[in-house]
Design a protein around this ligand. Structure first.
Ligand code: FAD
Length: 466
């Protein structure tokens, strides 16, 4: 990834607003910039828009929406902002948190009203750390539907999406972005001049060297996000002298079936299950959250653990397609007794039985274990038992380029680069520095809310076109 001076560069075309990346952030930014009156071009390295957005559950947290009101759910941007700050131990920029918490509800209503995305609010399940039911999703509750519907809306608005086009060089002139160069699969190169540029090419989860540098505890971990997210925005930003923040922030997951590579819902743990290592012993307070648990699991011998649960929990988990897939793939081990379960998993029988007895005693008698977990109000496990061998994975990174109120990229000195914007995983999000700061939905929050803000501001710059 390069940043070069624009001197002497001959551009093939000029566009007022260009957006790099056709995930949720880029597509939302494109719609907003177009609505602000600008001509927009979206550039995407893949043959079709997918990104990590397509891999996600597509659930977006938003407070005070009409869907919440219709369902009789009380909520407010202030309450949401307080939840984000509490989860990330007050590390995020409170102004950014307030801006996103206030912007995301109107953004979803706009996507519904103007672009026909049929959102609804989830009322039967609340994600940990949210003090109201505020997750909104499309009918299939899948990120694939989200990115497909956004791409269709972009196409319906007449905005071109140039696919199979990887941007690798930005050109600068007088402290601003003058354009960029993209390369096609056959090696052909095109140079595009632009009035404003939105970086919506996500974080660096797919770049092993950057992960090793910024999130060393997950250096060897499976990456579960989109491979195309190579940290290009971060690398360009660094070359431009942009401010970066919270680069160690990320979302991990300590429950990916191994070796099948299928996400196993964390309900297997929150509903009364627990994790053991190869000695049949627990090793952590699993209730802190699935993100923190990624590194805990990877620290165990072989980088794996076994989640022990029961048939009742399997019934709950089966509502998730991934869990059904894991069952079909033979990842879920079944046994009538704990000894039989241990034998099937090659775990020491006596140790596993002892661990189960300790957990069940805590549920019955109350108290806190040596790791700090309480099992208060957690149902007992009963035979027949279920178990799955899991590993820890990196889902996506949360640190990135520091932006101002208009999603404009700031330099280390705090001045905005006048026509450069960042949204979604390209920008520093609201999850702080550690794995535990990620409140469910922070990823798409930054993609949708900041994407719209970036698009509105970039679109308003159309008169500054080259
Ligand atoms: C398994 C999983 C489950 C998740 N579930 C949720 C959830 O339910 N809710 C939630 O809020 N978040 C969730 N997330 C996180 C969420 O998916 C991301 O935070 C969000 O999709 C980021 O959106 P984005 O538009 O910034 O990036 P992406 O959707 O990844 O889009 C970036 C695009 O940029 C393209 N690109 C990259 N570099 C270049 C380049 N140089 N030139 C051209 N194109 C480029 C990529 O190909 C990609 O298409 C999940 C993530 C994973 C992996």
């Amino acid at each position: 990834m390069r940043v070069d001076p624009a001197d002497g560069i001959v551009f093939d075309i000029e566009v007022p607003v260009a957006v790099i990346g056709a995930g949720a952030a880029g597509l939302v930014a494109a719609l907003a910039a177009h609505e602000a009156g600008a001509e927009v071009l979206v550039i995407e390295r893949d043959p079709v828009p997918r990104g990590s957005t397509a891999l996600s559950a597509g659930l977006i947290p938003a407070p005070g929406t009409r869907w919440q009101r219709e369902a009789g759910l009380g909520d407010s941007p202030d309450l949401f902002a307080a939840d984000i700050m509490a989860k990330a131990h007050d590390e995020p920029d409170p102004a950014l948190v307030a801006r996103l918490a206030g912007a995301v509800g109107p953004a979803l209503e706009w996507l519904s009203d103007r672009h026909g995305l049929p959102f609804s609010v989830i009322t039967d399940f609340r994600y940990p750390g949210h003090s109201a039911n505020r997750m909104h999703g499309l009918p299939s509750r899948s990120g694939e539907e989200l990115v497909d519907r956004l791409a269709r809306a972009v196409e319906a608005a007449g905005i071109p999406i140039l696919c199979e086009a990887r941007v690798d060089t930005l050109y600068t002139e007088a402290g601003a972005i003058r354009g960029f160069s993209l390369v096609r699969p056959d090696g052909a190169r095109e140079r595009v001049a632009c009035g404003a540029l939105v970086l919506a090419c996500n974080g660096y989860g797919g770049n092993k060297a950057l992960v090793a540098q910024h999130v060393p505890e997950l250096a060897g971990a499976l990456y579960f996000g989109h491979e195309g997210n190579q940290g290009d925005a971060l690398l360009w930003g660094e070359a431009l002298g942009a401010a970066t923040r919270h680069l160690s922030g990320h979302q991990g997951h300590g429950s990916v079936a191994h070796p099948h590579g299928i996400l196993i819902t964390w309900a297997t743990v929150t509903e009364g299950g627990f994790q053991v290592n190869g000695d049949g012993r627990r090793f952590s307070d699993e209730s802190r959250g699935y993100s923190e648990q990624a590194a805990e699991v990877l620290r165990q011998p072989g980088g794996t653990a076994v989640t022990v649960f029961d048939a009742r929990i399997a019934d709950i988990a089966r509502q998730f397609e991934d869990f059904r897939k894991a069952e079909s793939a033979g990842a879920i081990v079944e046994a009538d007794t704990i000894e039989e379960l241990a034998a099937r998993l090659h775990l020491p029988e006596a140790a596993l039985a002892e661990t189960l007895a300790e957990v069940e005693a805590l549920k019955r008698d109350g108290g806190r274990d040596g790791f700090g977990r309480t099992f208060a109000d957690v149902p007992a496990l009963n035979p027949p038992y279920r178990a799955v061998r899991v590993t820890g994975a990196l889902f996506h990174t949360q640190g990135g380029l520091v932006v101002d109120d208009d999603a404009r990229v700031l330099t280390q000195g705090g001045a905005p680069i006048p026509n450069l914007f960042a949204a979604g995983g390209a920008a520093c999000g609201v999850s702080g520095t550690g794995p535990g700061g990620y409140l469910s939905g922070n990823g798409l929050l930054a993609a949708v809310a900041l994407g719209r803000i970036a698009g509105q501001a970039a679109g308003a710059m159309r008169f500054v076109s080259p």
